[in-house]
Design a protein around this ligand. Sequence first.
Ligand SMILES: [Zn+2]
Length: 64
Amino acid sequence: MPIYEFKCTNCGKVFDELRGLSKRDEEAICPDCKAKAERMVSSFAAGNSSGASASSNCGTGGFS
Ligand SMILES: [Zn+2]
């Protein structure tokens, strides 16, 4: 099961959460302030929306 990284929209806390693919788009709850957290785009799981991606090349322009 993949681990997704979330960032709290309220306090900015970043945390990881294990969840299945079917639930990857569900909101997470910040463990600190219980606010909504949004999923961060993980570098290895790119190919989502933003174009201009160097295919199969880790390490260049990976800062999102
Ligand atoms: Zn928070």
